[in-house]
Write a protein that binds this ligand. Sequence first.
Ligand code: FES
Length: 106
Amino acid sequence: MAKITFVEFDGTEHSVDAKNGSSVMEAAIRENVPGIDADCGGACACATCHVYVDNSFIEKVGAPNDMEQSMLDFAENVESNSRLSCQITVKDNLEGLVVRLPESQG
Ligand code: FES
């Protein structure tokens, strides 16, 4: 279990409890966090679950794999800390994770 905070583009924060083994996207959907649409249901095929990982968690979250990176190549406003939240698996060491949503998902 890890508490994850989603920060909307306008600064509104949503803190949710996420179960180990689920994805960060699934935790957002379960709690109706606005801005995470997850149109493809977590298949790494839509990029509507794009988030910016807080710099203090970059190493723990890790880098995108090749499939995710190719999807990010087509997403808007991609930064070096961009990830698709459906591809981040929740673990205890992500306790306190903060992710921010891009303007295009505001
Ligand atoms: S939910 Fe579609 S890419 Fe993450």
